[in-house]
Design a binder for this molecule. Structure first.
Ligand code: SF4
Length: 467
């Protein structure tokens, strides 16, 4: 994280979980009135200390720090612009920091540098930035990744402002949700409050929030486009039950993100809901192992069946997604070994056939099960009695699209907005990993650009759903 006391920006960062990186001693040294933090795993560039964020650049009196959610798609072109050599770059975020540093002398301040640089940056970015005096938040024009604004203290006498990727981050610190930052919006926060600045984007685009945020990525208590994610997941299960019904004795979810959709499936189908798998909550984050055998073993350590619940039962097992199929293959085998007579898989996202270039670490197309096999083949590979995925149309219907989907926006011109545009964007989605319909051009030079080792160390690879 980066902290400013008004004179100096101090950055402390490291690899690992927050609780292991920050202890009381480290936190007590971070005094100030302004801070940004970043906990995202690396999906682009090196999984090492250099790739950890916030990125810091010493420009002007004290420099600035930047945290980035998303991945850029024109990193190679941008790197060339500022003379960064392939192989010398830790992450795409590094390139943005370098561009801002180059623009700084001309504009003389960070807001101007952002307005000059952002129009040429393509891809997915929700940035938070800070210097010694100001906090900035910006979303790319598509709004691939979320970013919201919260307030500390009462509305008529705010005591502070907060930017966060997800709304639950506000409530845990006692802040009140104010609104989502609009796609394409730049907000500046300082002693005078919050205001919106115009960015001369090169083209007008329709917002395309990542639809997989709803299916898996976001916390269930998050609100996106004004919808509570947990409730949308329950509705995915309901629509899946109507779309692909099956006769069975028990509906269960693969913990934890498959559980709400399983509840919805049970509600709509009338089949009793039960917990057939227990998740080992003490494992914490499960890391991707480098080979299929080790990945399968990891799933077995993480999930354990409840034989008395599943023995002799025809099961509907609901999961959020299938990527390589490792989890589902292990789950089906475990449940059969525990006594289930039938296992019917129902998946609350569509077949994952294309890689993501916008901030989700997907394996290559060769490893995406649905990119290379028919539904019948996948059913056989996973050892299930039947398999059905929710359709893209039902996924969108479960979330509910159309109209002015962004709720919570304060009235135009109020202190919390300073912005009156962007309303009524209709809640559009990116669904490229399911449809191949990429909203932007896709990058071509990622493998040679970064200093990323060919096989990132297993202990630093973050868990991906359904591996
Ligand atoms: Fe989300 Fe898929 Fe689009 Fe990536 S490609 S941003 S995971 S919907």
């Amino acid at each position: 994280m980066a902290v400013s006391d008004g004179d100096t920006v101090t950055v402390v960062k490291d690899m690992g979980l927050v609780a292991t990186v920050f202890d009381e001693r480290k936190l007590s040294g971070l005094q100030g009135h302004l801070a940004i933090g970043h906990t995202r795993y690396s999906t682009h560039g090196a999984s090492d200390w250099d790739g950890a964020q916030p990125v810091y650049k010493p420009v002007g009196r004290a420099g600035f720090a930047l945290g980035h959610n998303g991945n850029l798609t024109n990193t190679a072109e941008l790197a060339e612009k500022v003379g960064m050599l392939p192989g010398s770059i830790a992450t795409d975020s590094d390139v943005v920091a370098e561009l801002l540093a180059h623009a700084f002398p001309e504009t003389g301040e960070l807001a101007g540098a952002l307005q000059a640089v952002l129009p040429i940056v393509e891809g997915a970015f929700s940035f938070v930035l800070m210097n010694t005096q100001k906090l900035f938040g910006v979303r790319d024009p598509y709004g691939f990744r979320p970013l919201c604004l919260g307030r500390l203290g009462p509305e008529d006498a705010p005591e502070g402002w907060v930017l966060a990727s997800e709304t639950p981050a506000l409530s845990v610190i006692g802040a009140t949700f104010v609104r989502e930052i609009d796609p394409g919006e730049l907000v500046v926060i300082d002693g005078d409050g919050v205001r919106s600045l115009q960015i001369p984007w090169l083209k007008e685009v329709s917002p395309r929030l990542c639809i997989f945020e709803f299916a898996y990525i976001a916390r269930p208590d998050s609100k996106l486009y004004g919808r509570e994610v947990h409730e949308t997941r329950c509705r995915m299960g309901e629509l899946l039950a109507r779309q692909s019904p099956v006769e069975a004795d028990l509906v269960m979810g693969v913990p934890e993100s498959g559980v709400p959709a399983a509840e919805g499936f049970a509600r709509a189908s009338g089949i009793p809901y039960g917990q057939g798998l227990v998740k080992n909550r003490y494992i914490g984050r499960t890391f991707i192992a480098p080979d299929p055998q080790t990945r399968g073993d990891a799933v077995r350590r993480k999930l354990n069946p409840l034989p008395e619940t599943v023995t002799g039962k025809r099961l509907v097992v609901v999961d959020d997604s299938i990527v390589r199929g490792t989890t589902q293959r292990s789950v089906v085998r475990m449940l059969r070994e525990a006594g289930a007579t039938e296992v019917h898989l129902r998946i609350s996202s569509p077949p994952w056939r294309w890689p993501c270039f916008y901030g989700i670490d997907t394996p290559s197309t060769d490893e995406l099960l649905a990119a290379n096999h028919s539904i019948e083949e996948i059913t056989e590979i996973l050892g299930a009695d039947s398999l059905a995925y929710i359709s893209v149309e039902n996924l969108k219907a479960a979330i509910g699209v159309g109209g002015d989907a962004v709720s919570g926006r304060a009235a135009p011109g109020s202190a919390a907005t300073g912005r009156s545009t962007g309303a009524g964007h209709g809640g559009g989605f990116c669904d490229a990993c399911f449809t191949g319909d990429y909203p932007t051009s896709t990058p071509t030079s990622t493998p040679v650009l970064f200093t990323r080792p060919e096989e990132p160390p297993a202990e630093y690879q973050a868990q991906f759903p359904g591996v």
